[in-house]
Write a protein that binds this ligand. Structure first.
Ligand SMILES: Nc1ncnc2c1ncn2[C@@H]1O[C@H](COP(=O)(O)OP(=O)(O)OP(=O)(O)O)[C@@H](O)[C@H]1O
Ligand SMILES: [Mg+2]
Length: 354
């Protein structure tokens, strides 16, 4: 499959009074045309910083891209001037964030907010942009778009506002859509509708989606591939099936073990002990070692490289080294893996994945 984005060894830091917060420490991945890549991991693992950097939305100062490449359309976005980036942001790369209110301008009619990008990037006339805005609002399922186009954001519900944000994000048929917890602030039924909508639109437009979420259940339903982040690094990446049925990193085991499933109610949840490291002083060796009951001696000394499990599956754990002891996931996680295999982790996409 054709790659639309390639991120190589990306490092991002924030200069604070306390020192340098090393938020992203060598992230490498690519995004293929038409796919959805989910990024999961605990709070503070660097999901938002990584993806915001792709649209160059890291406030600077205090933030800065220290090192690495973000290759898109023959350019390295990490080094692009803000002026050039403005041609790409909102046109080729669009973003949807958790709280729609922060993405909308409260003093501007929603129609005008959708038309802005169309006039700027697509060089449409006002009349053309208006009819396209109405089409887009229909596409995202907002009732009575002809009348409502003249209303302000506060006149809509949270779910409706998120639909408007999606309409704005989609206005210029972006090649990449970055959705950072787009449904977390919404109630469950609306969440499901919005996710369904994103999947539908993706089919029509062949855009690639980077989807950030805390919710592994959502991942199973919407993603093709999953990247697991811990302490500013991707520690495991693979297809949904590989991550759910054959996870290799003890941190991924921890995430799966702490995920509620239908037959495995809360009482069986296993929380990951301890908390993530302080990114002002990331530890030597494997950052997960202090919380990892399967840690080896070498984990305290040396960071594990990405070991290859399959052409699409990689994990950064010394347990995959040929001389490492043979350690299986804990029983509770294995039961869960079996459960996923029986019910189908990504059942709504069965047969579509390569
Ligand atoms: N403006 C900032 N100044 C200093 N540190 C920051 C800033 N923004 C983010 N960080 C730090 O960068 C790290 C990664 O943050 P990020 O927001 O990417 O986490 P996340 O994985 O998106 O978490 P969450 O799931 O809570 O959204 C954290 O340690 C955070 O404290
Ligand atoms: Mg975040």
């Amino acid at each position: 499959m054709e790659k639309v984005l390639e991120v190589n060894d990306l490092h991002i830091s924030f200069d604070t009074y306390g020192g340098e917060v090393k938020a992203v420490r060598g992230v490498t991945f690519d995004l293929k045309k038409g796919e959805t890549l989910a990024i999961v991991g605990e709070s503070g693992s660097g999901k938002s910083v990584t993806t915001r950097a792709l649209a160059r939305l890291i406030p600077s100062p205090p933030g800065r891209i220290k090192q690495g490449e973000i290759l898109f359309d023959g350019k390295d976005l990490a080094k692009l001037k803000e002026k050039e980036m403005q041609q790409i942001r909102g046109k080729d790369i669009s973003t949807i964030f958790q709280d729609p209110m922060t993405s909308l301008n409260p003093t501007m009619k929603i129609g005008n907010q959708i038309m802005e990008g169309l006039i700027k990037h697509q060089k449409m006339s006002k009349a053309q942009a208006k009819s396209r805005a109405i089409e887009l609002l229909e596409l995202v399922g907002l009732p009575n778009p002809v009348e409502r186009i003249n209303q302000y954001p506060h006149q809509f519900s949270g779910g409706q506002r998120q639909r408007i944000v999606i309409a704005i994000a989609l206005a210029c048929n972006p090649k990449i859509l970055i959705a950072d917890e787009p449904t977390t602030a919404l109630d469950v039924t609306i969440q499901a509708q919005i996710l369904e909508l994103m999947k539908d639109i993706q089919k029509k437009t062949e855009s690639s989606i980077l989807f950030i979420t805390h919710d592994l259940g959502v991942v199973a339903n919407v993603a093709d591939r999953v990247a697991v982040m811990y302490a500013g690094k991707i520690v495991e990446i693979g297809t949904v099936d590989e991550i759910f049925y054959n996870p290799k990193h003890p941190y991924t085991w921890g995430l799966l073990g702490s995920m509620p499933t239908l037959d495995n109610k809360e009482d069986n949840l296993i929380a990951i002990p301890g908390s993530p490291p302080d990114m002002l002083k990331p530890p030597k060796g494997d950052a997960f070692a202090p919380r990892n009951e399967y840690a080896l001696e070498i984990d305290k000394e040396m960071e594990p490289p990405m070991f290859k499990v399959s052409d699409t599956h990689y994990a950064a754990t010394w347990l995959l080294h040929e001389y490492a002891p043979d350690i299986e996931p804990p029983e509770a996680v294995k039961r869960r893996m079996k459960g996923f295999a029986q019910t189908g982790a990504g059942n709504s996409k069965e047969g579509e994945r390569p």
